[in-house]
Design a protein around this ligand. Structure first.
Ligand code: SAM
Length: 419
């Protein structure tokens, strides 16, 4: 069994700034599996042990994003990236990460093979310093290869330990609100090691705030951002999506090129925390807003045969703060003629599992190959599909293949050099 080597847990108040008498700091503590030992820390911005949960296949991209934010030593692993940050780093990660779905702040790590160990490990955390009885909470749970196998039970037991600890300390307990809690607690059990974290993101980070309605098969925003990042597009040459649907790929590409943080329009879980530093947050947002730039006409374009989808794409684009900066056209794939002698074309065709019938789609995939070959000379083509059988009908040789997950669906992003 892996030996836990480092935990962060709420500790004694450090005597620094107190807001409404409730301010707290996390204190790092070195733990072994038998006992968790507190150490004293005297700084306000102590490093936080963070974990950015990332769709599988995008971990390296998220680590690069963190490096670009000045966060060193981010460690990509399966399904996420571990990193150390101060409070500013945590806020920036939430605001700027395009490929991550949430950022967790680890509080404790302990061995757990039965309900009693779970309860004791959770109860040991000073929850009364993090959550007051008038706040609401929710517990999310994920389990893998562990003795406890029922996620609902683990979440319930965790919640019991949290509210019991607060009741004993404060005389009353917080209520549960699964829809919009003030504090989202994350419990993760893997190989009988339990990690308890606070979810600093609240709503998943792919909820940027620009998608007003959903069309039939929208790409998750984080996945669209990962696709654009994998193409290496840097905003200096055109990018076109001939089957743009609700415009997720063009919008994510344009947000990147315009230096608009994906989270600029939304609220985050950490904004409800007792230690929320609103002045620091305001500075980080102001700095981000100052860097936003306007895109050149024709840089990012989207096309679709479905007018309803295009209407959504236009609305999403405006809501994302990109009004008039992405150009959408009603066109069937066969009419697609990109302008310019080089650029990046990204296609996310229907692939049968959720939308469209596979038989009808063979012809569409043949068309994709023809259009890329005949109309996109000099460009680089990318096709994101969850159906490798259909992909064969493209009839061109892919020069690279990336594995990505669209929810549970294993997809390939195929790269085509179009001479
Ligand atoms: C999987 S969806 C794309 C979803 C999109 N990435 C999003 O996030 O909303 C495929 C899109 O291809 C469009 N489409 C299907 N056949 C087409 C064709 N022959 N020409 C142009 N668009 C087509 C559909 O209208 C649909 O919007």
């Amino acid at each position: 069994m892996d030996k836990p080597n480092h935990i962060l847990r709420p500790g004694k108040r450090n005597g620094a700034v107190k807001k409404n008498g409730l301010r707290h700091e996390y204190q790092p503590a070195i733990a072994n599996s038998a006992a968790m030992t507190k150490t004293t820390a005297k700084h306000l911005n102590l490093p936080l042990n963070c974990f950015a949960a990332v769709p599988r296949g995008a971990e390296e991209l998220a680590a690069s994003e963190l490096a670009a934010l000045g966060i060193r030593d981010a460690k990509p692993g399966k399904g996420g990236v571990a990193f150390i940050a101060d409070r500013a780093g945590l806020y920036r990660a939430n605001l700027w990460l395009r490929t991550a779905s949430r950022v967790l702040v680890q509080l404790a790590l302990f061995p757990c093979t039965n309900p009693a160990e779970l309860y004791a490990g959770v109860y040991a955390i000073s929850w009364q310093e993090l959550i007051t009885p008038d706040m609401t909470l929710a517990v999310d749970c994920s389990l893998r290869d562990s003795a406890l196998t029922h996620s609902g039970f683990v979440a319930l037991k965790t919640k019991d330990a949290v509210v019991d600890r607060i009741r004993v300390s404060c005389g009353s307990r917080p209520n549960v609100d699964t829809a919009a809690p003030d504090m989202r607690i994350n419990v993760h059990l893997h190989k009988n090691i339990c990690t308890i974290s606070l979810d600093s993101s609240g709503d998943s980070l792919d909820r940027r705030g620009y998608r007003l309605e959903r069309n039939e098969a929208p790409l998750r925003e984080t996945l669209a951002a990962a696709v654009v990042a994998l193409t290496g597009w840097d905003g200096t040459i055109p990018l076109a999506d001939p089957m743009c649907g609700s415009g997720t790929i063009p919008v994510e590409a344009a947000l990147m090129a315009a230096h608009i943080p994906p989270g600029l329009q939304r609220l985050f879980g950490f904004q409800r925390w007792l230690d929320f530093d609103s002045a620091l947050w305001a500075d980080i947002c102001a700095e981000a807003e100052a860097g936003i730039r306007r895109l050149l006409v024709g840089l990012v374009t989207g096309y679709d045969v479905d007018n309803k989808a295009l209407l959504l794409a236009g609305r999403n684009c405006s809501k994302a703060g990109l009004e008039g900066q992405i150009h959408f056209f009603h066109a069937a794939l066969l009419e697609f003629r990109p302008e310019g002698d080089k650029g990046v074309v990204i296609i996310n065709p229907p692939y049968g599992k959720r939308l469209g019938d596979e038989d009808d789609l063979r012809e569409l995939y043949c068309q994709i190959g023809d259009v890329m070959k005949k109309q996109c000379r000099g460009w680089t083509g990318y096709v994101l599909t969850g159906n490798l059988e259909l992909a064969k009908y493209i009839g061109l040789k892919a020069s690279r293949r990336y594995v990505l997950f669209n929810g549970a669906i294993e997809c390939r992003l195929l790269k085509y050099d179009l001479y």
